[in-house]
Ligand binder design. Structure first.
Ligand code: SAH
Ligand code: SF4
Ligand code: F3S
Length: 446
């Protein structure tokens, strides 16, 4: 199609955000223009997520609207679907129902130009190594950027679709990663987040590659001011990695380490491969090496067969660790996963009630942990205006969301600030010094 006007819509995690950026750069190279609304577009491409029922429902309702739009249009209008849901049979059935023209699984998104060069529908759900050779140019209008290290997952958590949506673990060549980071630094990026479903496994699939610990050192040595990574699996979080973090100031002392549950019985049924004690030992090791550790986690409540006693063990574990933050999910039975096939779902009321109790626990701890930062100095990367009038928002080196007075931080950039107040979800600070201003206005906070 000549005169391609593209509207991109992204659901899901940071890996999907990176993938949308990758596809956008491929589209730009064939002369596509990007528009802000569906009305202005003649190609709407949706990057999808399948991890829980909710994102799948959102994609369905969006595709319903797009189908109507297509029926209204007199000129050609293409609907594209890519990413995790597109990789699954479930997603392909949805795509057929809604008349999707271009469908690219999570391992085939680099084929977007080829797809658009065809007349008629183009579907590809393969997993191709060439995807990792794409080095997208730096994003504009931001000071932080993502870099994918490794795609796929070799674990087999019984509730999870990701091993099927993203395929087996494949690490990117270290030279490509380093080149991508260098380009980001040249473009003025100050914060790089390394991405993978399990970044700790980096390099396992190729003996010629460095392991994750050495890769962190090599990336930091390029001069990255702030280096972060998500996400980690406790089983692959080795002492070598803990040491590399402790030795690399750019990484700071923030770790996201999903625990999922506090009961050994539930962990076994989830096939998480570790026990509660092992997780606690990893946390103790981290705290020993990183005295200012800020730790966040993921927890699933209401896994099939979770008893009140099992759930109490999750609450106990929370108290034992004292997480700074947690992403908490109600178990969602996903077709095709082992837990969907094998176990019966708990009643919704039970799951919702447990989630509420867990949220109370999380608020208590986050408030307590955040209050410990009052009076301390932090370095805040300010993105833009906050939802609250007269404040701007950003995050510090430990990933705390921080608000600063707009009068003291009028432009986006990096600020040294003192924390004056804390709530369970936010730190409020006062600017001490501006360290760096963004080269151009950043996108407004959404
Ligand atoms: N690879 C990462 C996480 C991938 S998905 C890891 O292992 O940590 C992000 C989070 O979604 C998971 O940590 C889990 O807490 C949650 N999740 C995954 N599948 C889910 C399901 N079926 N129901 C509810 N939450 C789920
Ligand atoms: Fe899913 Fe488990 Fe792999 Fe994470 S480690 S992506 S939860 S299978
Ligand atoms: Fe969703 Fe795929 Fe990420 S299922 S959470 S977009 S890896």
């Amino acid at each position: 199609m000549n005169d391609l006007r593209v509207k991109l819509i992204t659901y899901g995690c940071q890996m999907n955000e990176y993938d949308t950026h990758l596809v956008a750069s491929e589209l730009a190279s064939i002369g596509a223009a990007f528009v802000d609304t569906v009305e202005e577009a003649n190609f709407v491409l949706v990057n999808t997520c399948a991890v829980r029922g909710k994102p799948v429902e959102k994609v369905k309702s969006l595709l319903g609207q797009l189908r109507k739009e297509k029926e209204r249009r007199k000129e050609p209008f293409l609907i594209g679907m890519m990413g995790c849901l597109a990789s699954l049979e479930e997603g392909q059935a949805i795509a057929r129902k809604f008349g999707v023209d271009v469908l690219l699984g999570a391992g085939a998104i680099h084929k977007i130009a080829e797809a658009l060069a065809q007349t008629g529908a183009f579907w590809d759900v393969g997993f191709y190594r060439e995807i990792d050779e794409v080095v997208p140019p730096p994003p504009r209008g931001t000071l932080s950027a993502f870099v994918t290290l490794i795609r796929g997952c070799d674990h087999r958590c019984t509730y999870c679709v990701v091993p099927r949506t993203r395929g087996p673990e494949v690490s990117r060549h270290p030279d490509l990663i380093l080149r991508e980071v260098e380009q980001l630094l040249e473009a003025g990026i100050v914060e790089v987040t390394l991405l993978g479903q399990n970044v700790n496994s980096y390099g396992k699939d190729d003996p010629a590659y460095p392991d994750f610990a050495d890769l962190i050192r090599r990336v930091a040595a390029l001069g990255v001011r702030r280096l972060r990574f998500v996400t980690s699996h406790p089983m692959n979080f080795s002492d070598r990695i803990v040491e590399a973090i402790a030795e690399t100031p750019a990484v700071g002392q923030y770790v996201h380490l999903p625990v999922q549950a506090g009961s050994d019985r539930v962990l076994r049924r989830m096939a998480r491969e570790y026990r509660r004690d092992y997780y606690l030992e990893r946390v103790a090791r981290l705290r020993e090496a990183l005295p200012d550790l800020v730790l966040s986690t993921d927890i699933i409540v209401g896994f099939p067969g979770e008893t009140e006693e099992d759930f109490q063990q999750t609450l106990d574990l929370y108290d034992e660790v004292g997480f700074d933050a947690a992403y908490m999910f109600i178990y969602s039975a996903r077709p095709g996963t082992p837990s969907y096939e094998r176990f019966e779902d708990l009643p919704r009321e039970v799951k919702v009630e447990r989630l509420q109790r867990l949220i109370e626990k999380q608020k208590e701890w986050s408030l307590r942990r955040n209050q410990a930062w009052v009076g301390r100095e932090v370095e805040v990367l300010v993105r833009g205006p906050a939802k609250e009038a007269h404040w701007v928002e950003g995050h510090d080196q430990s990933n705390h969301p921080v608000l600063l007075p707009a009068s003291e931080a009028p432009v986006a950039g990096l600020y040294r600030a003192t924390v004056e107040q804390a709530t369970p979800h936010l730190l409020f600070g006062k600017v001490a010094e501006r360290l760096l201003a963004a080269p151009e206005p950043l996108e407004a906070a959404s």
